[in-house]
Design a protein around this ligand. Structure first.
Ligand code: NAP
Length: 492
């Protein structure tokens, strides 16, 4: 018999099914709820309050009021509260990981890793928030002084995806709160429980009411419409797909809101003949199969030089044969299911199309028929850059392997996409790695490394992968306005 999610937790009060607005736990509009499904079992694990545009509007208005005091606080006061929140997240890692795995499907080890990653953004920005420096500008006139200060931008609307249900939230909320903003968050409908658990811990940490609001709901268009049109919201920060990002940017144009967009990717891993396959294989396993391929920086195109191609495919096939797809509750699971039945059907359709276009299936290639949204590790070869799979974000455990002969050909293939989030290169040649990294049209490049993301480095893309950077010393900029103050008559 399956043990209920709540019975798996040491602290049962971390499982929340109401929304969190202005420091209060709220039921949905007319007490309606929507179901949260465990993708490993297809069972309903929670029924969460279903809020809409009216509740979103109320949350924005209370956020605006809460922010008036918060932005006046000393950065150290804000920092201390964020540190407390971070510590509570760390202290509750085991329960938070269970909640995350239950709603998202990733293994417990991956969830624990994400909780640590998630907490790291709060800790980092608790410190960075104390370093919002201004400038004094020498002016052309002796009677004037030019001063630049940086101020909290205002109420922030945040919309986040299901693939990293905690970290995608803290890397927005951390910097926003640190500089004095308030946030109204809409988490993905598939994974609201991790967001609500974060809200419970923010409440326990003493973050004042109204500063962090979680609007749960399954009508993203209504909630997003309110966030993007309300004049009190000064900035929208979004992580999700490129088509939705474009809709939100268009909506924000009406009130000229600042936007930051972390959107889709089509990451290449270019593997040269001189690469060390002992480094390459674990790197590819991480970049292609972490979270069962559902990360925005997942390797989408494995572009391998001819001389090493056959050996690479052979070794990759051996490595993936050791995977064990299963539920988080099984201790031997190395990989979890996909998020929904729709996701499984999408991946299967992409594989079927590639086969119709001439691809060879080395392993996998057929959706599981058992319960749970599983798709096996799949390797496709005999692909080329005219096929649909070359252009699309796969978002699943399917390794599409291409071949190239010259360095220029590899570069052209790598850049031949509308996306520009992450790219990876494996080579032992230092000159080539430098020049290649400079020529790649991507926001992030890993050289002989695929685990490139951390709170201390800038995360973000170019082209249709988005704009703005999260994490690092640059991650505060998106939540700050620059104000120039001219001091006149200084020689009086
Ligand atoms: P998605 O469909 O764009 O959804 C993301 C969020 O947007 C969810 O909260 C969703 O709500 C909401 N949403 C959907 N339509 C909306 C609308 N019309 N107005 C307002 N909000 C709307 O993306 P996803 O499938 O969840 O996530 C996968 C995508 O995210 C991939 O493309 C991946 O590459 C990208 N991603 C990018 C990064 C990055 O940092 N660049 C990181 C992670 C993921 P509902 O859940 O209620 O529909």
């Amino acid at each position: 018999m399956t043990v209920q999610l709540i019975d798996q937790l040491s602290d049962r009060t971390l499982l929340k099914q109401q929304a969190y607005v202005n420091g209060q736990w709220l039921d949905g509009n007319a007490n309606t709820t929507f179901a949260v499904i465990d993708p490993a079992t297809e069972q309903v694990i929670a029924n969460v309050a279903n809020l809409g545009a009216a509740e979103t509007r109320a949350a924005i208005e209370s956020a605006d009021l809460a922010m008036r005091d918060w932005r006046q606080q000393a950065p150290k006061t804000r920092s201390d509260l964020l540190e407390r929140w971070c510590q509570l997240i760390v202290d509750n890692t085991a329960d938070l990981a269970i909640i995350m795995s239950a709603e998202q499907g990733k293994t417990l080890a991956e969830s624990k890793g994400e909780i640590a990653y998630s907490a790291s953004f709060i800790k980092w920005f608790a410190e960075e928030g104390k370093r919002v420096y201004g400038d004094v500008i020498p002016t052309a006139q002796t009677d004037r002084r030019g001063i630049v200060i940086k101020q909290a931008i205002g109420v922030v609307g945040a919309i986040t995806p299901w693939n990293f249900p905690s970290a995608m939230i803290t890397r927005k909320v951390g910097p926003a709160l640190a500089v004095g903003c308030a946030v109204v968050l809409k988490p993905a409908a598939e994974t609201p429980l991790s967001a609500l658990a974060l809200a419970e811990l923010a409440d326990r940490a003493g973050i004042p009411a109204g500063l962090f609001n979680v609007i749960t709901g399954d009508d993203a268009v209504a909630i997003g419409g309110e966030l993007t049109s309300h004049t009190l919201v000064k900035k929208i920060t979004f992580t999700g797909s490129t088509p939705v990002g474009k809709i939100l940017m268009a909506q924000c144009a009406q009130t000229v809101k600042r936007t930051s967009m972390e959107l889709g990717g089509n990451a290449p891993i270019v593997i040269f003949d001189d690469a060390d396959l002992d480094l390459v294989i674990p790197g590819v396993i991480n970049a292609k199969f972490r979270n069962s391929g559902q990360t925005c920086i997942s390797a989408n195109r494995l572009i391998v030089q001819e001389g090493i191609y056959a050996e690479f495919v052979k070794r990759l096939n051996i490595a993936v044969s050791e995977f064990n797809f299963g539920a988080y509750s099984q201790s031997d699971s190395t990989h979890g299911p996909l998020i929904t039945a729709k996701a499984t059907a999408n991946i299967d359709a992409k594989v079927r199309q590639a086969i119709a276009d001439g691809a060879t299936v080395v392993c996998g290639g057929k959706a599981s028929v058992a319960a749970g949204y599983y798709y096996p590790a799949t390797i496709l070869t005999h692909l080329n850059d005219t096929m649909a799979i070359f252009k699309e974000e796969i978002f699943g455990p399917v390794a599409a392997v291409y071949s190239f002969s010259t360095e220029q050909q590899a570069l052209d293939m790598a850049n031949d996409t509308v996306f520009g989030l992450a790219a990876y290169v494996y080579t032992e040649n230092m000159r080539r790695s430098w020049k290649f990294a400079e020529a790649l049209e991507y926001g992030m490049v890993g050289i002989n490394e695929t685990a490139i993301s951390a709170e201390i480095v800038p995360f973000g893309g170019v082209k249709e992968s988005g704009q703005g950077r999260e994490g690092s010393k640059y991650g505060l900029d998106d939540y700050l306005e620059i104000k120039y103050i001219c001091m006149g008559a200084m020689d009086k």
